[in-house]
Design a protein around this ligand. Structure first.
Ligand SMILES: C[S@@+](CC[C@H](N)C(=O)[O-])C[C@H]1O[C@@H](n2cnc3c(N)ncnc32)[C@H](O)[C@@H]1O
Length: 399
């Protein structure tokens, strides 16, 4: 028997894959149990670290808030008892249990088509998760405790330079008004988070594509922003948007731009720093629920950007309060929401408009933010996960 609240032994918990009563919930619960048993760092640690930092959200009760990275709430106790740890160490090193788990995972992958999984997306998630746990078993033992170095991903966007007087660099490398912006970054896949892991999300790819196709539409012209704009990305994740902007802005005549990519999650931030350091992007911790605006966030941002960051009804309210403190007079906050009509994040799209109604919060000068415009953006083929039906772009500014 496992201590209460701890992962269960594979032999006593994995359901029979041939059972006629098997359900998709049982399959995912078993996969999560294996993940938690063999790869114990999970979202719960992110929530724990918030609590350790002593963050108290005023009148908002402290509950695990969905970070957008996990699909299940974690245990936030953080008080793993010593007996429990010993038990888990023994269980993890039990070769019989491990082989039993390997056999179960292999069968699951081989028979995924026959299993009672809801749809193709769910099937894919189950296979991904099972493959990940299996692949991790095949690592040499001495590598097992090492950090996952993730996967390198390459992105390429076509930047339209027609709104810029071409810089010498752009003149050299482009024959017409278009130039390729190539960015490489590190995604950490499915290691430290309990479900979908650290990755670059469809919304950030679509947003980069939109900005590059039409920088002027987003205000990226020197007559609008001057030559030294400050751009801040909120919930940057792997930082794709910031990296693309850091490459694109000099080509658009911005001689002295500052791009700051922020996130609140320690593991995400560590990866973000690695990615950002390649392109001269600054990084810093920023939690919208309790923003601390110290250097480099002590000057207002001309443009704020956030892609696919709302997973909880409180997020839009926090983002509004945070943006009210960060955005320069005349600045614009671009928020790209992912539309997920089905599943438990389906309703959050409706939390944005109410959160930006009314005149509170305000700046000391009495300014308040409002949604100045919004636009539906189509899904792009091959970009984003199966549950994304499209995107909604909000232009937020001073009312
Ligand atoms: C789904 S990811 C999107 C990441 C990135 N914008 C993209 O589109 O690839 C959501 C991001 O929001 C961050 N996040 C969630 N809650 C946050 C909070 N309270 N303050 C700051 N960042 C937060 C997460 O750490 C994560 O990086």
């Amino acid at each position: 028997m496992s201590p209460v609240g701890h992962p269960l032994a594979p032999t006593s918990s994995l359901p029979l894959l041939r059972s006629s009563t098997l359900s998709s919930e049982q399959i995912f619960s078993a996969l999560n149990n294996l993940h938690e048993l063999y790869f114990p760092v999970s979202l719960s640690r992110a929530v724990e670290s918030q609590l350790e930092l002593g963050k108290v959200h005023g009148d908002i009760p402290i509950e695990p808030v969905d970070s957008g990275y996990a699909s299940e709430d974690g245990d936030i106790d953080g008080d793993e008892d010593i007996d429990g740890e010993d038990f888990l160490d023994t269980l993890r090193s039990d070769v019989f249990e491990r082989n039993f788990a390997i056999g179960w995972l292999t069968t699951l992958i081989a028979r995924a088509d026959e299993l009672p999984l809801g749809d193709e997306d769910e099937r894919e998630r189950a296979i991904d998760k099972a493959s990940y746990v299996l692949a991790s078993f095949s690592k040499p033992m001495d590598e097992e405790d090492e950090e996952d170095t993730g996967i390198i991903r390459n992105f390429s966007f076509t930047l339209d330079l027609s709104s810029a007087s071409k810089s010498p660099e752009a003149k050299k490398s482009s024959f017409d008004d278009k130039i390729a912006i190539d960015v490489q970054l590190n995604d950490i896949s499915m290691t430290t988070h309990s479900d979908v892991g650290l990755q670059t999300w469809g919304a950030s790819v679509v947003f980069c594509d939109l900005i590059c196709a039409s920088p002027a539409r987003f205000g990226f012209t020197t007559p609008t922003l001057g030559s030294s704009p400050r751009i801040v990305e909120l919930g940057a994740g792997t930082g794709l948007v910031s990296l693309v902007l850091a490459k694109a802005l000099p080509l658009l005549d911005f001689t002295n731009s500052t791009v700051i990519a922020t996130d609140y999650h320690p593991t995400v931030l560590a990866n973000l720093e690695t990615n950002a350091s390649r392109e001269g992007v600054k990084t810093c911790a920023l939690d919208w629920s309790a923003p601390v605006l110290e250097t480099p966030l002590d000057s207002p941002a001309d443009i704020l950007i956030a892609t696919d960051v709302i997973y909880d009804p409180r997020h839009a309210l926090w983002l509004r309060a945070c943006a009210t403190r960060l955005l320069a007079p005349g600045g614009v906050f671009w928020l790209l929401m992912t539309v997920r009509p089905n599943g438990r994040h389906g309703a959050v799209i409706h939390s944005v408009e109410p959160a930006f109604q009314g005149t509170s919060p305000q700046t000391p000068e009495g300014r308040h933010l409002a949604i100045l415009g919004s636009e539906d953006i189509d899904r792009r083929q091959g970009i984003g996960r199966g549950d994304e039906s499209g995107y909604k772009l909000f232009r937020i500014g001073w009312a």
